[in-house]
Design a protein. Sequence first.
Length: 286
Amino acid sequence: MAIENRYDFVMIFDVENGNPNGDPDAGNAPRIDAETGYGFITDVCLKRKIRNYVELCKSEEAGYNILIKPDKTLNSKFTEAYEKEGLKTKNKGKNPEDVKKARDFMCRNYYDVRVFGAVMSTGDDPCGIVRGPVQINFAKSMSPINIQDVTITRQARTTEARKETGETEMGRKSIIPYALYRAEGYISAALANKVTGLSDEDVELLWDAIINMFENDHSSARGKMCMRKLYVFKHANILGNCPSGVLFDKIQIDLKEKMMPPRCYQDYEVNVDKKFPEGVELIEKL
């Protein structure tokens, strides 16, 4: 059964001595707003970590497959949906009812399709386009970030020619000494009921995935990343009781005096105005 409550949520997390989301157009350095100096992390990066967590803890359970991952091609997965539903393949989507049945199959069997939606209109066996009920904005740092290029050495040479130049070679990695990020998201119960059937159990799994998204994703490149807070605004009905912007403004993050540059989570204060409009409940998941 699809959810009957709209949700808005705020994630607060930090990075220490790491690169949370490299930019391929900038030598994989941390992403930064060139005009303001504030850092940002893409929604794609955050959703990848959610997918990875769900796959890790639900890999053996039906209905929790992950569509967007580097295993089989997407078109082969769409064809598989047709085959399992007993539909005619290689029909190029000429039968709208078949496309709808295949789309419903994908929603039932793939968690990330139920949550984030997907464009599945490619290939000989299209499954339509699903607009996901869960959307996440880019994360933004709470202060301008300072990107440092750290020089490193490597002793293992890749080729004989390079080994002739010496036993070691130099390399570089880009890190942020510290940054606190904030990201906001939305869950539309209306879209869940219209198409994907996102359930209350799916939403609870989403909260678990957000809280633990960094715990099984540690690497030397990303440094120390921690989810610090997860605030969830639950509305009393499907369409919601208040604009999301009003609720997001209830959570303010301020840098404490004389804490420049910030170097830990305790250098900030998170203040919550708990006077909410009627029909909105705040749930602190973390």
